[in-house]
Design a protein around this ligand. Structure first.
Ligand SMILES: C[S@@+](CC[C@H](N)C(=O)[O-])C[C@H]1O[C@@H](n2cnc3c(N)ncnc32)[C@H](O)[C@@H]1O
Length: 284
């Protein structure tokens, strides 16, 4: 980036407006300029923070594929930004689809579970602290959540969490070895309640085909949701899938395992009076 395009390096001659009106650089209001620089940065896929997560690490906005997430433009707090800048180089990884991960090396030989969609990461940080003998490969596209989880894990002194930035489908498809995972956790995935959006739900037969190839035999897929129709869909597709077996003796929902903390989205669902269902299926 040339120096004159960098907002932190004003062009000579530009000055903050003395009368309190919006300041400009080269005659362009600074807020408009910052927005256009942000757009340019996204197109070039540059990290928003020095050494931090990339905007679209696999360049997947070029792929014509239905996604289970919606890009969210939420503010990164100074604390999250600090965590991203300090901790991303050590504990973060971009899902670029270009290399296969060596999970035993990354997690010092710990068994590894994949968590898809950790949101703000409070439950993930708690589970990592409660069970230091399990590695958690935690994936989300949400930058503030990535910073939040890094900060929480750091404060707890946890060394068993890695934060992956990007689409979990690309991670599963391109970057994980067969039979490399000891479990999968999907807690309160986006319910996509409108019928025309059901195709965006994560838990579908094709997704389970992909997951089955990455889990070792006996590994558990653990889903939870407060959205009744999605719980029914999860139960239906998991039950129908030939490579998964329900651990619940009656073939229905499972009791909530003690190790799963209440998540942020779960709290919101419970406040609305929703009923939460857990599903635990073993890979055959
Ligand atoms: C409804 S939130 C739930 C967050 C958290 N588990 C909780 O219960 O508070 C779902 C999260 O999944 C993420 N997500 C959905 N599809 C994803 C995908 N394919 N790859 C990575 N993250 C995904 C979204 O960005 C979002 O943060």
């Amino acid at each position: 980036m040339s120096e004159s395009l960098n907002p932190s390096h004003p062009t000579p001659g530009d000055a903050a407006a003395p009368d309190g009106t919006a300041s400009t650089t080269a005659g362009i209001p600074d807020d408009l300029r910052a927005a256009s620089l942000e757009r340019a940065r996204r197109l070039r896929q540059e990290p928003r923070f020095p050494g931090g997560p990339a905007a679209d690490p696999a360049g997947s906005h070029h792929e014509r594929r239905i996604r289970s997430f919606q890009p969210r433009r939420s503010r990164v707090t100074p604390g999250q930004q600090d965590a991203l800048e300090r901790l991303w180089p050590k504990w973060g990884l971009d899902i670029d689809g270009l290399r296969v991960l060596d999970l035993p090396a990354m997690f010092d030989g710990l068994p590894v579970v994949l968590e898809i969609g950790f949101g703000m990461g409070e439950a993930t940080a708690q589970m990592a602290a409660d069970d230091p003998g399990t590695g958690i490969l935690a994936v989300d596209v949400h930058t503030p959540g990535q910073g939040n989880l890094l900060g929480l894990a750091d404060r707890n002194g946890s060394t068993n969490v890695r934060v992956a930035n990007g689409d979990a489908i690309i991670l599963l498809r391109e970057m994980l070895e067969p039979d490399s995972l000891d479990g999968l956790r999907v807690y309160f995935p986006d319910p996509w309640p409108k019928t025309r959006h059901h195709k965006r739900r994560l838990i579908q037969p094709e997704f389970l085909d992909l997951v089955a190839g990455r889990l070792r035999p006996g590994a558990i897929v653990h889903c939870a949701t407060d959205w009744e129709p999605y719980a029914e869909q999860m139960l239906e597709v998991l039950t129908a899938h030939p490579r998964f077996e329900n651990t619940a003796a009656d073939g229905g929902y499972a009791p909530r395992p003690a190790f799963r903390p209440r998540t942020r989205f779960e709290g919101q669902g419970l406040d609305k009076g929703h009923v939460v269902h857990d599903l635990l299926f073993a890979r055959r």
